[in-house]
Design a protein around this ligand. Structure first.
Ligand SMILES: [Zn+2]
Length: 327
């Protein structure tokens, strides 16, 4: 028996094409005013590792090609945001994330050991001019006495700065015990949101993100903090890094449970891990109660950049890179 496909919609030829087509549902391109069109079509396609037919589906279906003097260019964040939801398991973003998020598939009981890390941070001002002012929030170990504190500030004329830190991480395996807290959290995590990477100025518009069904670690943490705070729970947003083969900035929420303990809820990793590995591969308490052994907090307020810089170049951007060696 044959099944009729929707009139006018070419049926995807194979599973991979169907996956890319599905990734277009709910896909929102980076708004043109904030786009960084850097990749030509060949580079973009080799990043996605998709067939010519799948590529044609994507460009006809919402992936934005930006006209530039050098020809059409694509924004890497658009490619990332499609790849994560493609289920292709072959694209470069999926492979990199699967490695970085490998811990999500572990038994959270294995997160309770202590790990030691050497963090080597390089800060660069790409168009540096004049004297420089630098600001950096320092990483905390898991047993650093409770925060407060100020970022480190210093002056240095060189365009590149390096910082060295040694930190110890220890995860927690726990469940949310208070039934009202568990219910509020589960309800918030069940919202059908799509994890995305967006430029900082776009992410900061919480209303825009929410209206389009998008979430990232900052917007997800702030929304949950508002909800649990309004329900009477004590919350504290945490900003820091996910360390491992790659180090990326990350934000999550701690909430005080009725056993007096701080429990962690990680909205972004909840959505991202389910998109990458499927819901069945993730322990229910992994991102609702437990905390992985790879999270390094700072005292920075949620949404604040962890590194900042000022000099005569305007605007003076700072790029950062952290390498983490496990000891
Ligand atoms: Zn500078």
């Amino acid at each position: 028996m044959t099944r009729a496909s929707d009139a006018g919609t070419p049926a995807p030829a194979d599973v991979a094409e169907a996956g890319w087509q599905a990734a277009l549902h709910g896909f929102i391109p980076v708004p043109a005013a904030h786009a960084r069109p850097e990749l030509d079509a060949a580079a973009a396609r080799s990043l996605l590792r998709c067939s010519p037919r799948a590529w044609a589906l994507l460009t006809a279906g919402g992936l934005t090609a930006h006209p530039t003097p050098d020809g059409e260019r694509f924004d890497g964040r658009d490619l990332f945001n499609l790849a994560v939801y493609s289920g292709s398991r072959a694209s470069v973003p999926e492979l990199a994330l699967s490695l970085a998020m490998r811990f999500a598939r572990q038994d959270p009981r294995d997160w309770a050991r202590e790990r030691r890390w050497d963090l080597h941070t390089t800060l660069t001002c790409p168009r540096h001019r004049g004297a420089g002012e630098w600001r950096a929030w320092s990483p905390h170990s898991h047993d650093t006495p409770e925060p407060g504190g100020e970022p480190q500030r210093w002056r240095d004329p060189e365009p590149t700065q390096t910082l060295e830190h040694q930190v110890r991480t220890r995860g927690v395996h726990a469940r949310l015990r208070c039934s009202r807290l568990a219910a509020e959290t589960a309800d918030e995590l069940a919202r059908p949101l799509r994890y995305v990477r967006m430029p900082a100025a776009v992410r900061a518009d919480a209303r825009w993100m929410a209206d389009l069904g998008l979430v990232d670690c900052v917007s997800g943490t702030l929304a949950l903090a508002r909800r649990l705070g309004a329900a009477g729970f004590e919350v504290r947003g945490r900003s820091g890094w996910l360390v491992g083969p790659q180090v990326s900035a990350h934000t999550w929420l701690d909430v005080r449970d009725d056993d007096g303990r701080w429990k962690s809820v990680d909205v972004a990793h909840h959505h991202l891990a389910r998109a990458l590995f499927g819901p069945g591969a993730i322990a229910p308490e992994a991102f609702a109660g437990s905390r992985p052994d790879r999270l390094v907090p700072t005292s920075a307020p949620v949404g604040e950049e962890l590194f900042a810089h000022r000099c005569l170049a305007a605007p003076s951007d700072v790029t950062w890179q952290i390498s983490a060696a496990s000891r």
